[in-house]
Design a protein around this ligand. Structure first.
Ligand SMILES: Cc1cc2nc3c(=O)[nH]c(=O)nc-3n(C[C@H](O)[C@H](O)[C@H](O)COP(=O)(O)OP(=O)(O)OC[C@H]3O[C@@H](n4cnc5c(N)ncnc54)[C@H](O)[C@@H]3O)c2cc1C
Length: 376
């Protein structure tokens, strides 16, 4: 039976970053990266805002805060070194009225506790930066940026393959059995079921991480968290962007997302989103929740966007795509942190599970990879 030191499940941005970093640190190890789809990054990693987050919103001492700030710095360096298209545009978080000033101040303090400095802008300074935005005041986050996530993932894969990582698309993890300190893994391929042995499994299966975990026979069910799907839609905006920064409203309390914001891609195309809709099954089509046809969704988007962009022309909004957040908190719970478990938590030697890798997983990917490798 073929044997590998490491089997990484899932070639989203996190699995790719783990494969790349592991191939640098474990130089003589045999590393297999499997992906069930024909192409890497076909799920959440290609259905997001492509924003390099600064690390503003997450509770101090959380994994999200630490890995986002470390990951951001590494990501900017990586993009620079390997010519991955990106731009540090900066973002404005806007308050519409004096009543929102305390919330803005709290956010500034929270960011500072994560080591992220935000500049306070009064109404005049906001107008100078973004004349189309309706703002009483704003916070400027200079280290927020945008990235071409496909190019980033392609670069990670190329570098990993140069270091002898074996990448196998169209290969689905089915099941693993633990025997004599190693795993026997069954994979579904175009040619039928294939079995191999490995010492370590790193479960980076995103939305499917709990399903993968439940098919590892020695892992007790108590270590597999309850998970939820939370969908977010995006609308593109025709014509030239009126903004040169990313524009975010203040997040609602206990929010599942950051509020419908304005982001730009590297070609300068403006898009708005994502909203938040908890759903039962993975489905990327528009709507699904009661009363959310394209027309109704567009109306809701217009209402939210007009608070900070009053001259929005709703007819220029066109539905673009959706993504699904792998969440560990339900609709009414406070947001939960990333969960990255090793054998200290679940007692299965050689197994690392990553659960709930929602935003800022793209930004944090290189730091997540370091964190995983420290735990192997
Ligand atoms: C709407 C939205 C907006 C976001 N915006 C941002 C943002 O602006 N900035 C940011 O930093 N983060 C953002 N994120 C978060 C970011 O996109 C994710 O954290 C990141 O993409 C997660 O990557 P991943 O590799 O863990 O998961 P995925 O990209 O889902 O990859 C998992 C991979 O595992 C594969 N897989 C699953 N099961 C198996 C199996 N049994 N066998 C083989 N392969 C399998 C899947 O096919 C998939 O390719 C956003 C997320 C969403 C949903």
């Amino acid at each position: 039976m073929e044997h590998f030191d490491y089997c990484i499940i899932g070639a989203g941005v996190v699995g790719l970053a783990v494969a790349y970093k592991l191939s640098q640190t474990a130089k003589n190890a045999s590393i297999l990266l499997i992906e069930k789809h024909p192409h890497f990054g076909s799920e959440t990693s290609s259905r997001n805002s492509e924003v390099i987050h600064a690390g503003i919103y997450y509770p101090a001492n959380s994994l999200k805060a630490a890995l986002c700030t470390q990951g951001k710095n590494q990501l900017y360096d990586f993009c620079q070194q390997y010519a991955v298209p990106h731009r540090a545009l900066g973002k404005l978080i806007v308050a519409h009225s004096p009543q929102e000033l305390p919330a803005l101040e709290q956010l500034q303090q929270k960011a500072a506790s994560n080591g992220v400095l935000l500049e306070f802008l009064d109404q005049k300074a906001c107008y100078q930066k973004e004349p189309s935005v309706n703002a009483h005041a704003a916070l400027l986050s200079a280290t927020t940026g945008i990235i071409d996530s496909h190019s980033y993932m392609q670069t990670l894969l190329t570098l990993a393959q140069q270091n002898d990582v074996l990448y196998s698309p169209n290969t689905q993890f089915l099941q693993a059995t633990e025997t004599a300190n190693r795993f026997v893994v069954s994979l579904g391929t175009g040619d039928g079921i294939y079995k191999l042995a490995c010492n370590n499994i790193i479960n980076c299966a995103g939305l499917h991480a709990t399903t993968v975990a439940s098919n590892i026979d020695s892992l007790a069910a108590v270590h597999i968290p309850q998970h939820y799907y939370c969908k977010g839609h995006y609308f593109g905006y025709q014509g030239q962007s009126p903004f040169s920064h990313l524009i975010y409203p203040l997040p609602n309390k206990n929010t599942s997302g950051l509020g419908i914001h304005a982001t730009l891609d590297l070609a300068g195309q403006l898009r708005f989103g994502p909203d938040t809709q908890y759903i039962d099954d993975i489905d990327y089509t528009i709507g699904l929740a009661a009363n959310s046809s394209e027309g109704i969704l567009k109306q809701r988007f217009s209402q939210s966007i007009k608070r900070y962009f009053p001259s929005l022309q709703a007819e220029k909004l066109h539905y673009s795509y959706s993504g699904i957040r792998p969440k560990l908190s339900s609709e009414n719970q406070a947001a939960k942190d990333f969960v990255i478990q090793d054998c200290n938590q679940h007692q299965v030697k050689g197994l690392i599970n990553l659960f709930g890798i929602e935003s800022p997983g793209l930004t944090a990917s290189l730091a997540i990879a370091d964190y995983v490798i420290e735990r192997i």
